[in-house]
Design a protein around this ligand. Sequence first.
Ligand code: GAR
Length: 202
Amino acid sequence: MSNIAVLVSGRGSNLQAIIDSIENGYLKSRITVVISDVGNAYALERAKKHGIDAVFINPGNFASKELYEKEVLKVLKKHGSELVLLAGYMRILGKTLLEAFRDRMLNIHPALLPAFPGLHAQKQAFDHGVKVAGCTVHFVDETLDCGPIILQRCVEVKEDDTSETLADRILEQEHKIYPEAVKLFVENRLRIEGRKVRIIES
Ligand code: GAR
């Protein structure tokens, strides 16, 4: 049973997918804390509804990214966090958290990385005219959205798509692959070999 912490900034639908996967028995883990850098993030309400500690840490109260992350780290340690999931956490990670959770921090990104890292990835892909879009779960490292890739899922772009309809279909796939990737991690079936992640058969 792994203690998971989830970092969020917004609506928290990926957080909800992880919560649901735990509650329906797919994931043998528990979420011990949800931390947001945004005070009114709906993700905090979702956590509370499921009896999970929900903590808002205001980056504005800290003089530097390092001091802010030290506070986040304190809360993560207090909750015995073994795995950290970024789920719509819209902050670039600093050294403090990266080093504390190296190879134990995952992120979900709404594009087929390494294409379209950064913000508004679905719109970037749509505006670029891609025929296939998708989403990626990867380990977090110093690069922006470019750590070793665990799982990806494709979504075909339809002729009548808008960037919003495409983003909705990508999100449906995000909600599937994030729990799948977390399951692989908690079952100790992931091996990072350079840029590649080898998945051990169960
Ligand atoms: C998701 O689409 C996630 O992939 C994206 O933010 C959204 C959060 O939605 N993350 C990034 O773009 C990170 N670079 P959610 O709060 O409903 O899970």
